[in-house]
Design a protein around this ligand. Structure first.
Ligand code: HEC
Length: 114
């Protein structure tokens, strides 16, 4: 194979992998949106004006890392203490969500960027 062809093949492989990865991520974000609705997070939070406007999550993906988001979901009391969040009622713990649901929810919240 000549060098040009090798380079072209490498580019195709990289582009295809990136495409698959982002499609998977989009699927995860979509299912996270469903988990958000099913868990009724909007009782206390709003996204794009839908839900409780005292707790907007718009742009939170730019502020929090995936780990922080996961911590909020699995250990809200500790995160609330750490960030001195005083809004009532406090967030409950969602540690019993299935791993896939939790991962999807984290992906969804992380996609909420400004
Ligand atoms: C009973 C009310 C309540 C429910 C239900 C609730 N939360 Fe929260 N959540 C809070 C409060 C209070 C905070 C602290 C920050 C604030 O005052 O908004 C918080 C904080 C957060 C944060 C960090 C926000 C930031 O700006 O740093 C995220 C992310 C979050 N919640 C996601 C969720 C998700 C996802 C769900 C559904 C699985 C959920 N919450 C359900 C009350 C709630």
């Amino acid at each position: 194979m000549n060098d040009m062809l090798k380079v072209a093949c490498a580019v195709v492989v990289v582009l295809t992998t990136a495409g698959v990865a982002s499609a998977q991520n989009q699927a995860q974000v979509d299912s996270g949106q469903k988990v958000f609705a099913a868990q009724k997070c909007s009782i206390c939070h709003s996204i794009a004006g839908q839900g409780n406007k005292k707790g907007p999550l718009d742009g939170v993906g730019s502020k929090l890392s995936a780990d922080d988001i996961r911590q909020w979901l699995t250990n809200a009391p500790e995160m609330a203490a750490k960030t001195k969040a005083e809004r009532k009622p406090p967030m409950k713990v969602y540690a019993t969500l299935a791993k896939d649901d939790l991962d999807a929810l984290v992906a969804y919240i992380q996609s909420l960027k400004k």
